[in-house]
Design a protein around this ligand. Structure first.
Ligand code: SF4
Ligand code: SF4
Length: 670
């Protein structure tokens, strides 16, 4: 007997025409739905997301096909991989059968799925079909038995999973009945179908009766499969198309970069009030979101019971977009009649609760971008509607008058170093590095100690450096993330002029917020520098033996990753290596560490705002540190140092743990 399928068309060639017609109708329904979505995405402004094609293809292969991010969480990762790979292989198999049966066989009387290829083909299709069934069962178990809090259940979630299961089972039923009709031995390679066939034979369905049942099962399978395809563009199944595309269209700008408002002097509106002021990609994100809830699970605002969930923000924007599509004709849509988003679709409390920590984006398997949307919506509130809390107003005023968040005279900025004989660049330009002190390092008592420590370490290592003193201003980071792009650009441009005046090329800073801004955002205005975070710089000095750690320090340290150093700039190892290089020091980790680190609560301007809703984020982080039994909580960021130090005091945990900058611990070992 020839090794191939003998009765694929036992349903009779007469079904070809109805199946083709059905397929055509389904295709039209699918395309019509897609066109409606494309029209909605096109409401947004243009944005180039097809540059760097090679990187984009690699991203698609790694994160889409390879599931690189999804697999970071084993259960949902493997579940999704089984489902995805199962359906992909079954789809390819179906296309090959279609090509053979409807083209090569029909036109040239040639079959290619035969012999050993047929055996392997049958085996693989059964294997991946089985994996897909396991995937569906795992999904059902997780969603309806384990019920993780991050998953919200809608009717369509259950519908989709049940229909998928029935499609897979009817697929195997078809195969089992086909095999049962004459049971050729080689069909053992279809190991699942073979078991189904044995069941049918045992139940008395073989030969002709199997063929009749096959016809019924075949039609159920075809109708459900076509229905499933048609449903894609009208349901959450759209993510089958939009999520891989989002992995292709993802941003390749530095992670810590916020896009500027270009030509701000001549701009008539600022930020985003309406859907049409987002870019098409920002709108596309809302359709790529799979509602997996990973972002929510890692959001410090959500976990501290603030009224913000990044998943909800994206879903609310999506609902708003869909409503827009329903209520407007395409002509009206392009003119955008939508109401203002801030305050209605997304509440002001939600917008101001965000610490811009980036945790949501870092874990999102499909690269949905959240922070840019929050900043854009804040820009509108701040620059167009002047809606912000009194403490934010005070922050802006202090920045405008004294270039720092405190109401301290700008001329005293360098006073912390008066007794240290540090070079002031205006007096002596012969420096290799600018030590950028930052607002906290210049004015905050606790952080001034860190500045002095760094001066000591740099001097001991023989580094030729200077500071700007009174000519240093705020780098503009916080004003920018609070939505005051106008103020941020003024600060940035003024500072660039100062850097240019002194020919500054290399900057050392111990504030990750300043570090990120100089490295990733100053280039937007022509300021390009070599920027070093102090932990990287100190580690390099130790490796080059310019700094020698000679004394052991017995302590148990847990390191807290700053969001702007770790997640946004991938600097995780240098601070840990510094700590590990101190003799007699034990370094431990909190459960939430490295790219999953938990924000201290200060980013995005939250440092300067009252925390009146929910729990205090800094206290939650301190509790996480205390759980490790470490006695020292090390950080590498002045914001984190302040927040964690405050958290320790507020929780009255001074006897258990103390907060230090990594540099201060290194200094102890000199
Ligand atoms: S950036 Fe951080 S605080 Fe803001 S939504 Fe994302 S995870 Fe939450
Ligand atoms: S934004 Fe990303 S992480 Fe959050 S629910 Fe959507 S897909 Fe999941």
């Amino acid at each position: 007997m020839e090794i191939t399928r003998e009765i694929f068309w036992n349903v009779g060639s007469g079904v070809r025409i109805p199946v083709y017609l059905l397929g055509l109708i389904v295709l039209v329904i699918l395309i019509y739905g897609l066109v409606r979505h494309i029209r909605l995405w096109r409401i947004g402004k243009p944005e180039n997301r097809i540059d760097k094609p090679f990187k984009r293809i690699v991203s698609f292969l790694l994160f889409g096909l390879g599931h690189k991010r999804i697999l970071k969480e084993p259960y949902p990762g493997i579940m999704h991989l089984f489902l995805f790979s199962g359906f992909l292989v079954l789809f390819i198999g179906t296309v090959l059968i279609f090509v053979q049966e409807d083209f090569t066989k029909l036109l040239f009387d040639k079959i290619f799925i035969s012999g050993n290829f047929y055996l392997i083909f049958s085996f693989l299709l059964d294997l991946f079909g089985l994996l897909a069934i396991i995937g569906v069962l795992l999904a059902l178990f997780r969603r309806y038995v384990l019920k993780p809090e991050r998953l919200d259940n809608k009717f369509e979630d259950a519908l989709v999973l049940i229909v998928l299961l029935v499609i897979l089972l009817t697929g195997f039923t078809n195969e089992g009945l086909r095999i049962a009709s004459n049971s050729p031995e080689f069909e053992r390679w279809s190991f699942v179908g073979w078991q189904f066939s044995k069941l049918f034979v045992a139940l008395g369905s073989s030969g002709g009766s199997a063929e009749s049942l096959h016809l019924v099962s075949w039609w159920i399978h075809i109708i459900l499969a076509f229905g499933f395809i048609g449903y894609i563009s009208y349901s959450r199944l759209l993510h089958l198309i939009s999520s891989p595309l989002n992995q292709f269209f993802r941003s390749f700008s530095p992670k810590g970069e916020v896009a500027p408002i270009l030509d701000i002097e001549n701009a008539e509106t600022f930020g985003v009030a309406k859907l049409s002021e987002f870019t098409w990609k920002q709108l596309f994100d809302t359709d790529a979101c799979t509602r997996c809830g990973r972002c929510q699970d890692n959001c410090p605002a959500y976990l501290s019971e603030k009224p913000l969930s990044p998943k909800k923000v994206i879903q609310d924007l999506k609902d708003h977009l869909v409503l827009q599509g329903k209520t407007s004709s395409q002509k009206e849509t392009s003119e955008d009649q939508s109401p203002s988003i801030s305050g209605s679709v997304i509440t002001e409390d939600e917008l101001w609760a965000c610490t811009t920590c980036g945790a949501c984006q870092e874990v999102c398997p499909v690269f949905v971008e959240v922070v840019d949307k929050v900043v854009d919506l804040r820009r509108h509130l701040v620059l167009m509607e002047s809606k912000f809390a009194p403490e934010v107003k005070l922050f802006f005023k202090n920045m405008e008058t004294n270039y720092n968040p405190w109401a301290i005279g700008f001329a005293t900025r360098g006073d912390w170093a008066k007794d240290l004989k540090v070079k002031i660049v205006a007096e002596d330009r012969d420096v290799d590095y600018l030590f950028w002190v930052g607002c906290a390092g210049s004015f905050d008592e606790r952080n001034k100690k860190v500045s002095r420590t760094l001066v000591n370490l740099l001097e001991k290592a023989g580094v030729n450096f200077g500071i700007l003193g009174a000519e240093e201003m705020c780098c503009g980071e916080t004003a920018r993330r609070m939505g005051n792009e106008y103020l941020a650009q003024i600060l940035m441009q003024q500072q660039i002029e100062v850097f240019n005046k002194y020919g500054i090329k290399k900057i050392i800073t111990y504030c990750p917020h300043c570090f990120n801004t100089f490295k990733n955002e100053y280039p937007q205005f022509g300021g390009k520098y070599e920027v070093f975070h102090h932990t990287e710089f100190l580690w390099d000095l130790i490796q080059k033996k310019k700094l020698k750690l000679s004394t052991g320090v017995e302590m148990s340290v847990v390191y807290h990753d700053s969001c702007y150093l770790g997640r946004y700039n991938d600097i995780y190892d240098a601070p840990r290596k510094l700590l590990e290089s101190i003799e007699d020091t034990r370094v431990s980790e909190m459960k939430r560490n490295r790219d999953r680190s938990f924000c201290c609560g200060a980013g995005g301007g939250r440092m300067w705002m009252e925390e009146t809703l929910g729990k205090r984020i800094n206290q939650m982080r301190v509790e996480q540190a205390v759980e490790t039994n470490a006695s020292v909580l090390a950080t590498a960021c002045p914001y984190c140092l302040t927040m964690l130090g405050d958290g320790i005091k507020e929780k009255e945990m001074e006897q258990l743990i103390s907060a230090f900058d990594v540099a201060e611990l290194v200094e102890k070992a000199l």
